[in-house]
Structure formats: C-alpha cells, structure tokens
Write a protein that binds this ligand. Structure first.
Ligand code: GDP
Length: 437
C-alpha cells in the first residue's frame, strides 16, 4: 500500500538526515521533494498547495533548524499535516433508526456490490444482524453477484421484484422488521458515468427510505476521476461518507489524500482486498503511519480481535499452560493465523519490519509445515514421539518434503514445548508460533 509515495517521501527525509547542521535551503529542498511526491501520487493540486503551505511554515520555524534530529522533526510535521488532510479523526457510522439503513452508491466497477457484502460482514462481527438488498435493477448480474456473495458469507439478500428499486427497498424494510434485521444495506444501481436518470432514481430511494448513511464507494485506482465524481455525487445526494476501495492495488494515494478536503465528507472505510473481510474502518493517523512506512500496529490488533476465535484461543492457552499442545492443535492455530491474511499483509503493519524478508519463502515454509502435519495420522499428531524413521519417511513422501524437513519441524516443536511453560498470557501464543513455521 502506497509504496511509491512512501519511497518518494523517504527521499525528502533523507535530504535532512545525517546532517550536523541544516540550512533553510536544505528544508526548502525537502519541501520541494514532498511536493513532487504528492503530485506524482496524483493528489489534487489544491490539496498539495495547502499541504505544502502548512509544512513549509512549520518546517522553517526554529524547531527543525535547531533540532539535533531535523529529519525526525520534519517527519513529524509531515505526519501531522497528512493526518489533517485525511480528516484528523475516524468518523464512525451513525446508525440511529431501527432498522438502520445504509445506502451504497457509486459508479459501476467501483466495488459497490463487493463492499455491500464486506460491510455486512464487518457489522455482523460487531454483533449486528444485517440484511443485504439488491436494488441495482439495471445490471441483473449485480443482483446475482450479491446473491452469490450472500451465500458465501451466509447472509440474507433481499431481491424483490427486480424492477422497481423504490419498491424493492420498501419491501426489504418490511422483511427486515419481520426478521429482526437491525441494519439494512442497500446496493443501488451504478452507471459507467454520472447521468441524470441515475441521480433521479437515487434521490427517489433517499426520499423513500431516509437512509441513516449514504456511503459512496470510490475506486482508489481511478485517481482524480474518482474525486471528481465524488464531488458530483455529494452535491446531488448529500453523502455521509466514502468507502475508498482497492487500496491493496498500486493505487497512488491521490484519492485518499484528496477526497476529504475536496468534498468535506469523511472516508469511513477502506477496501484492502477482494475478499469479504477485506475492509477496515478508516483511521487517519493509522493511514498516515502506513504512508510514512511506520507500520500500523493498531490495525493489526483490530484484525486479531476480529479474526481470532476467543473460545479457541482460551482453549489453546490452557493446553499451552498444561503443556498439552500437540501437532493437531498446531494445525488449528495455523488456520487461525491464515485468517489474518498473507504474511506480506501482516508485515506491512509492523513498524520497522524489515523490507527484505523472504515473504515468498515464509509463505512456502508455512505451507510445507501444514503439508507435513496433514500427512501424519491423527495418532502421530497427538503423540509425535511415535514418529520413528519409517514413519517419518512415509510422512515426507506424503507431503512431498524430505525427512530433514520433517525432523526440522519436530525439532521446532520440541523447542516450542520447552518454551510453553513460560507462556502465561494470551497473545503470546502467536509469538511462540513464529519459530515454528
Ligand atoms: P460494482 O460494479 O461497483 O458493484 O463493483 P464490484 O463490487 O462488482 O467490484 C468490481 C471489482 O472490483 C470486482 O472484481 C471486485 O472483486 C473488485 N474489488 C472491490 N473492492 C476491492 C478491493 O478493495 N480490493 C481489490 N483488490 N479489489 C476489489
């Protein structure tokens, strides 16, 4: 995420690092490099102008010039300004009516249907009971797509008569009341371009259902086009916020850094993968941290809380403490860790994580570990001591690995067992597993 911008900003900071004394000229050069980085990231020029104005004034103040660590001071100034541009604070959904209504709008291809399902998944994790509504009657494929997603995430989807969106939405509300769904998420029609008929239809839905939230989904990859359509949608519909999708791709950052400033409306969520759980609440300070390559531990913790099954974690913790954690349990834990995403995703969130880790190698070794354990019998997993030479040979063959690989895994397991007693608290579980994969 934002690798390019991160790398370019890094060049600006380098201009001020390792110098005993710095001059105004040094600062001006660094500011110029920041400006260039933002323009290349496709940030709206007005936003860049204001941004640069803000940092220049502060950077030329005494603090940076006199500081022993001018680069650190400068990074802090840039960070504060980034947070300001991104909107300072995260703005949660305001869901006050019962059932609450979230209306999703946006151009075709922005990720609206996918985001409808993602948001449903997120709200369910928060204890709500969502109903998804397919109100995009112009693109029949969108209705099928939402139905499929609903099946995939096991969430009800209301489709209605497939002709009149206002009617669909009204009927959906009645169903929600009947089935005690406390939040209804409406996937409305998108077009390739903004047109009057679409806006009229959306306005009709707004006056018929009075949504608690109107969220526009915008595709980060489409740059300033997305910002321009955001402006037009906001003028026509009074949006309550945005979901910026596809930040996992090579989006340059322009949309996320411009949209709040240009429209005055907050980004509430970001899309970070195609999968149903590829959505995060938007936190300006965390995203600023990611842009600056400082990692994002808080989002990692959120991810852990959402994805790790509490009951299971407790059960594992007990096994750990009683030294009864066997290879069967280990396989279970590997599955839990995989829910967090790829190793690359996780590393990105850890501040100072080395950039040159062999990610592919780590993923491969995790897969190998899994294959080896899968090739053992249930008895062997429960009691790895049973694994004599011929059994090890069989396991190696079955998993397409070597006997050395099997030995290595068993050795790590032994080491882990001897460490187990030291693990007292939950949360250390993951740390203990690191050396194992
Ligand atoms: P709609 O026409 O606005 O309803 O768009 P869709 O929901 O059909 O999404 C268009 C494409 O974008 C699909 O292939 C989605 O899987 C993909 N997509 C949506 N959100 C994200 C995201 O956050 N990251 C990535 N990589 N792909 C996404």
């Amino acid at each position: 995420m934002f690798e390019n911008l991160q790398e370019k900003l890094g060049r600006a900071f380098k201009l001020l690092s390792g110098k005993g004394r710095i001059s105004e000229k040094n600062i001006e050069d660094a500011v110029k490099q920041v400006k260039l980085s933002l323009l290349e990231a496709d940030v709206n020029y007005k936003v860049v102008k204001e941004f640069i104005g803000g940092i220049t004034e502060k950077a030329l103040g005494e603090e940076v010039l006199k500081s022993f660590t001018p680069d650190q001071q400068f990074i802090k100034i840039v960070r504060d300004e980034l947070i300001k541009m991104l909107g300072e604070k995260s703005v949660p959904l305001k869901l006050s009516s019962q059932p609450s209504k979230i209306m999703m709008v946006g151009l075709q291809g922005s990720g609206k249907t996918t985001t409808t399902a993602k948001l449903g998944t997120l709200l369910r994790k928060e204890g709500r009971k969502p109903l998804l509504v397919a109100a995009d009657v112009y693109r029949p494929a969108a209705i099928d797509q939402l139905m499929q997603l609903g099946k995939q995430i096991d969430m009800p989807v209301f489709t209605g008569d497939r002709k009149n969106p206002v009617k669909i939405v009204q009927e959906a509300m009645q169903q929600a009341v009947r089935n005690i769904n406390d939040v209804v998420i409406l996937d409305t029609a998108g077009r390739l371009h903004i047109d009057d008929a679409m806006m009229r239809e959306l306005k009709e839905i707004v006056s018929a259902v009075k949504p608690d939230e109107i969220l526009m989904v915008v595709d980060a990859m489409t740059g300033q086009d997305a910002v321009n359509s955001a402006k037009a949608f906001n003028e026509a519909l009074e949006l309550s916020g945005f979901v910026v999708t596809k930040l996992d791709g090579d989006a340059r950052g322009g949309v996320i850094l411009s949209i709040r400033h240009v429209t005055g409306k907050p980004v509430k969520f970001i899309g970070i993968s195609e999968k149903p759980d590829g959505i995060e609440a938007f936190h300006p300070d965390r995203v600023a941290g990611r842009i600056l390559g400082m990692g994002d531990v808080l989002s990692l913790i959120d991810k852990l809380q959402y994805n790790i099954d509490e009951e299971k974690a407790k059960e594992m913790e007990e096994k750990f403490l009683k030294n009864k954690f066997d290879l069967e349990d280990f396989l279970d834990q590997l599955k839990e860790v995989k829910k967090l995403g790829s190793i690359a995703d996780i590393m990105e969130m850890i501040p100072g994580a080395p950039k040159d880790v062999d990610l592919a190698g780590s993923e491969k070794s995790m897969k190998r570990t899994e294959a080896i354990i899968h090739s053992m019998t249930s008895k062997e997993r429960r009691n790895p001591k049973l694994l004599n030479y011929s059994r090890k040979q069989r396991v190696a063959r079955g998993s397409g690995t070597t006997i050395q690989d099997v030995n290595k895994l068993l050795k790590s397991y032994d080491q882990m067992r001897s460490m187990m007693k030291q693990f007292g608290r939950k949360g250390k579980l993951l740390k203990g597993m690191k050396g194992f994969s």
